[in-house]
Write a protein that binds this ligand. Structure first.
Ligand code: RIB
Ligand code: CA
Length: 313
């Protein structure tokens, strides 16, 4: 089967970085048409720079990286330096990237790609706030029906939130954008905290990455080592949740995951629960299902896949 054509929309972020490496190491499964940076974990100038750093770590300076929206649709930007460090990609030091940033705005790249590629062949993979995707849908409504699928990291329900008691970061930063996406009618697969909090690194795996003796292995070990300290301190967990790599892993091997096709709505009004993904898991409403809500993962299978693919770089 030919590889899926994807656009990765991202706010690197150590976990975004591992997801990008997984995608670039898997050409038989995914063809990365471009990487679009969005403001999220850190401001846009850093997320676009970090995306290029990651491409260079993968030995892929040819990948087209675009800068997108630098703020949510209507709200001020909320960032997460407390999790990812002030660079957004704290861990082993890397030189500034030398590969170019594309001149075209990320939103225009998304629109142009969806208009020029055959309809129903492009998968959008948002790993951060949904601002770029929502802006593209609002600017060019004709592209919505041309999207094959959206596979995103975001939300949470039984697991609660990670930036507020009820909201996950990607959705919380731009709830209006999330509402546009979840009401678009596009086929959605979501990787919420309910599944990503089961995708935990451990010391054995981090040491295995370091033992690869490659730049990619060293960086993955360093990034996840840095990234885990926040979750270990907050949740008492035994490792870092690899949120964003779940998106790419799902594309490569969906059998690693399980979930339920349900209705998911976004809270955009209440200050108390702003950005909450209200998942009708028990189907107690007559709201139309609009997303495959993943809530389980074969953890060892996921990390075996990550080990095998990162070792290729
Ligand atoms: O809540 C986790 C998500 O927020 C991940 O995508 C992480 O990179 C941050 O963007
Ligand atoms: Ca992210």
């Amino acid at each position: 089967m030919s590889p899926r054509k994807i656009i990765i929309d991202t706010d690197p972020g150590q976990d975004d970085a591992v997801a990008i490496l997984l995608a670039l190491a898997s050409p038989e499964d995914v063809e990365v048409l471009g990487i679009t940076a969005v403001a999220g974990n850190v401001p846009l100038p850093l997320t676009e720079k970090n995306a290029r750093i990651v491409c260079e770590v993968a030995g892929r300076p040819d990948v087209k990286v675009f800068a997108g929206c630098d703020a949510p649709l209507i709200r001020p930007l909320v960032t997460a330096e407390h999790v990812h460090g002030k660079t957004g990609l704290d861990g082993p030091a890397r030189p500034d990237p030398t590969m170019p940033l594309q001149d075209q705005h990320a939103v225009d790249f998304i629109i142009e790609t969806l208009r020029t590629q055959p309809s129903d062949t492009i998968t959008l993979c948002p790993l951060g706030p949904l601002t770029n995707i929502a802006t593209a849908f609002q600017k060019a409504p004709d592209i919505v029906e041309r999207v094959h699928q959206i596979v995103l990291m975001g939300g949470g329900f039984f697991e609660g939130g990670n930036i507020t008691p009820s909201a996950e970061f990607n959705i919380y930063v731009d709830p209006e954008a999330a509402e546009v996406v979840f009401r678009s009618g596009v086929s959605i697969v979501m990787c919420p905290l309910d599944v990503t909090h089961k995708a935990l690194t451990d010391r054995t795996w981090i040491e295995k990455m370091e033992s690869l003796g490659t730049l990619a292995g060293h960086m993955v070990a360093g990034w996840t080592d840095f990234f885990e300290r926040f979750d270990v301190a907050k949740y008492g967990s035994t490792g870092a949740p690899l949120h964003d790599p779940c998106v790419i892993a799902y594309l490569i091997d969906p059998k690693l995951f399980d979930g339920r096709f349900i209705n998911v709505e976004i809270e955009t009004k209440s200050d108390l629960t702003l950005g909450m993904t209200v998942a009708d898991w028990w189907r107690v409403t007559d709201r139309k299902p609009n997303a495959l809500f993943l809530n389980s993962v074969h953890r060892d299978g996921l990390f075996d896949l990550l080990s095998e693919r990162i070792a290729r770089l």
